[in-house]
Design a protein around this ligand. Structure first.
Ligand code: AR6
Length: 186
């Protein structure tokens, strides 16, 4: 069960904040909050592999074997295994305390949006990258997400993406995204 907390069309794209399990999203791609090695050991990453099956971890290992690690601030794409989502986009956010965290998170979000666009996807769902095990403050994360998405929409008036969702399992995180969305867009 997921609950829509807020929804609005912004710059021609439907933005939605959701409380729910991202692995259950009916969407073209979900974003994973990954590490550089795509070792999906904890947090939302482990939940995605549990729900989507071992092929997601195997595809991830193949990706790293072929291309090397996924640098912080970039993203990689694999299939969605048994998930309803066709793809998983593995975005690597910063560990809080390593410096330039906002720039690194901005870059990770932008990389995920670009990969979705390259695959001609219409919809994508993001968790609050870096706000769990990586320790990024939730309010600053929500602000960075909406800043980045607004700028990206401005820069891409012609685009395949029609829907961008912000889906978080825990109420505190989902509520922070809802509050930030209402503050900006009403
Ligand atoms: N659906 C939606 N949101 C979720 C779910 C879920 N099923 N599970 C967790 N969240 P985290 P990070 C939210 O720790 O901080 C892993 O080990 C959660 O409440 O998953 O970027 C990776 O392999 C939190 O707000 O990601 C990396 O090593 C948000 O997702 C490392 O953790 C992100 O929390 C990445 O850490």
């Amino acid at each position: 069960m997921s609950t829509v907390l807020w929804e609005r069309k912004v710059k021609g794209c439907t933005l939605t904040t959701v409380q729910g399990d991202i692995t259950l999203e009916h969407i073209d791609a979900i974003v994973n909050a990954a590490n550089e090695h795509l070792h999906h050991g904890g947090g939302v990453a482990a939940a995605i592999v549990r729900a989507g099956g071992a092929s997601i971890q195997l595809d991830s290992a193949d990706w790293v074997a072929e291309h090397g690690r996924v640098a912080t601030g970039t993203a990689a794409i694999t299939g969605g295994g048994k998930l309803s989502a066709k793809f998983v986009i593995h975005a690597v956010g910063p560990v809080w305390g390593t410096g330039n965290e906002v720039a690194k998170l901005t870059s990770a979000i932008t990389s995920a949006l670009e990969l979705a666009e390259q695959h001609n996807l219409a919809s994508i769902s993001f968790p609050a990258i870096s706000t769990g095990i990586f320790g990024f403050p939730k309010e600053l994360c929500a602000k960075t997400f909406f800043d980045t998405v607004e700028n990206w929409l401005d820069e891409h008036p012609q685009r395949s993406l029609q829907t961008i969702r912000f889906c978080n399992f825990d109420n505190p995180t989902a509520n922070v995204f809802e509050r930030e969305a209402r503050r900006r867009f009403g």
